[in-house]
Design a binder for this molecule. Structure first.
Ligand code: PLP
Length: 405
C-alpha cells in the first residue's frame, strides 16, 4: 500500500472532530496541514500543490485513496477538511466558484415541479440560476422578505423543497433569523440552505443555528485577497454529502489544486482579517452615519439597524460590508465614487483592499429600475467592502471625496 502511506499526511486528519477542541484561529491554520512523522509519510508544514491529474495503483484491484483529481485531490482534500472544521460541520466540498456550488446544489436537490422559498434580497447570480431552473425544469420560486419568518411560512407550498437564505444580504444588509426559519422549515420537512459568504465561518455558523447546508463564495472573505474564484458547501448529513460528492465529480465543478493552495494560505489569516475588516467598518459606519451628505447607512453593527439585536444574537460579529445612500442621486454618487483615491471602484468584496461600487449601475444593473426601486436599491446607494488598510487613511479618502460634491 505504497500510495496509501504516501498520503498519510492527509489521512490522519480524517477525523476532524478530534481537532475541534482547538479554537477557530488555531484550526484555521492547522486543520488539513498537520505534519506527520510516521514512516513513509511526508512531513511538510505546508500542504503541497498536488498537480497530478491521475494516481498510480500497484495492484489492479487496489486503487488507494486517490485515483483521478476530478474525483479527489490531496490539496483539495486538505482544504475540504479545513472548511468542515471552520464551519463546524462533518463534511465539506470545494467548488470552482460560489455559483458552481449553488448549481451543484440545485442539480442534486431539485426536480421538475419543485418549489423554492428564498429571501427576496438574495445574490443576483443565485436569482439568475433560479430563473434558469424555472425555464428549463419548470420549477417555481417565491422570494419573500425573510426578515419576517411568518412570510417564509406563508410562502410554503405542498411542493416546496427548500428554503434559501442569505444573511446579511447584498446590498441592503438585511438580517434574517436562521434559527426561527429553520424551525419552521423543519416542521414542513424542508431543507434550509444559508449563503454565509458575507460573514464567513468566523462570524456565523448557520448549521449550529439549525440550517442544513451552508454555501460560500470562497472568492470573497475566505480566500480574502481578490485572486481566487472558488466555492464551498458544508453540511452534516452523510447521505446528502454522498449525493453532493457524486454531483461534484459528475459535473466536474472542482477547484484547481493551485486555487486550493491559495485558499489554504488565505484561511490562515481569516480571523485576523475579519477582526480588522470589522473594526474598520464600525469606525467608518459611524463616520458615515454622522456625515451631513449621507442620507442613510446600512450596517448590522449600527444600533440603528432594524435587525441589530437579532444579528448580535446569532453571530459573533457584523462583518465588513456597508451600504449607504448619498444625499442627491446618481450624479452625486458617481461624482463621489470617481473622486476616491484609495478605495478601488470595482465589483466583488471581501478582499484585503477596500472596494466600492454603485449597485444600480454595476452589480445590480441587470435588474430593471422598477425592480430595483421595489427592492429599495436607489440610484444614490453605494456599497463598500471595507478592507484592512488603516482606518484613518480610509476615512480621509472618504472626506476628500465628499468635499468634491
Ligand atoms: C459572489 C457571491 C456569490 C457567487 O460566488 P462566485 O464565487 O462569484 O461564483 C454567491 N453569493 C454571494 C453572497 C456572493 O457575494
Amino acid at each position: 500500500m505504497v500510495i496509501y502511506s504516501k498520503f498519510k499526511l492527509f489521512i490522519n486528519i480524517l477525523n476532524p472532530m478530534s481537532e475541534q477542541n482547538h479554537s477557530f484561529d488555531t484550526r484555521s491554520i492547522h486543520v488539513g496541514e498537520k505534519p506527520d512523522f510516521s514512516e513513509g509519510s511526508k512531513n511538510e508544514v505546508v500542504a503541497p500543490i498536488y498537480l497530478s491529474s491521475t494516481y498510480a495503483r500497484k495492484e489492479v484491484k487496489n486503487p488507494g485513496q486517490f485515483q483521478y483529481s476530478r474525483s479527489s485531490n490531496p490539496t483539495r482534500f486538505a482544504l475540504e477538511k479545513r472548511y468542515a472544521s471552520l464551519e463546524q460541520t462533518k463534511y465539506a466540498l470545494g467548488y470552482a466558484s460560489g455559483l458552481a456550488a449553488e448549481a451543484a446544489l440545485l442539480f442534486t436537490l431539485i426536480k421538475p415541479g419543485d418549489h423554492i422559498v428564498g429571501f427576496d434580497d438574495l445574490y443576483g447570480g443565485t436569482k439568475r440560476l433560479f430563473n434558469i431552473w424555472k425555464e428549463k425544469y419548470n420549477i417555481t420560486v417565491s422570494l419573500v422578505d425573510a426578515t419576517r419568518p411568518d412570510l417564509v411560512e406563508e410562502a410554503i407550498l405542498p411542493e416546496t423543497k427548500l428554503v434559501w437564505l442569505e444573511t446579511p444580504t447584498n446590498p441592503l444588509l438585511k438580517v434574517c433569523d436562521i434559527a426561527a426559519i429553520s424551525e419552521i422549515a423543519h416542521r414542513h420537512n424542508l431543507l434550509v440552505i444559508v449563503d454565509n459568504t458575507f460573514l464567513s465561518p468566523y462570524f456565523q455558523n448557520p448549521t449550529v443555528l439549525g440550517a442544513d447546508i451552508v454555501v460560500h463564495s470562497i472568492t470573497k472573505y475566505i480566500a480574502g485577497h481578490s485572486d481566487v474564484i472558488g466555492g464551498a458547501i458544508m453540511l452534516n448529513d452523510k447521505d446528502l454529502y454522498e449525493q453532493l460528492k457524486f454531483a461534484q465529480n459528475s459535473l466536474g465543478v472542482v477547484p484547481s489544486p493551485f486555487d486550493c493552495y491559495l485558499v489554504l494560505r488565505g484561511l490562515k489569516t481569516l480571523s485576523l482579517r475579519m477582526d480588522k475588516h470589522e473594526s474598520n467598518a464600525i469606525a467608518i459606519a459611524g463616520y458615515l452615519e454622522n456625515h451631513p451628505k449621507v442620507a442613510r447607512v446600512y450596517y448590522p453593527g449600527l444600533p440603528s439597524h432594524p435587525q441589530y439585536a437579532l444579528n448580535l444574537k446569532q453571530t459573533k460579529g457584523f462583518g465588513g460590508m456597508i451600504s449607504f445612500e448619498i444625499k442627491g442621486g446618481e450624479k452625486e454618487a458617481v461624482q463621489f465614487l470617481e473622486s476616491l483615491e484609495l478605495f478601488t471602484l470595482a465589483e466583488s468584496l471581501g478582499g484585503v483592499e477596500s472596494l466600492i461600487e454603485h449597485p444600480a449601475l454595476m452589480t445590480h444593473a441587470s435588474i430593471t429600475k422598477k425592480e430595483r426601486e421595489q427592492a429599495g436599491i436607489k440610484d444614490s446607494l453605494i456599497r463598500v467592502s471595507i478592507g484592512v488598510e488603516d482606518k484613518t487613511d480610509l476615512i480621509n479618502d472618504l472626506k476628500q471625496a465628499f468635499n468634491q460634491i
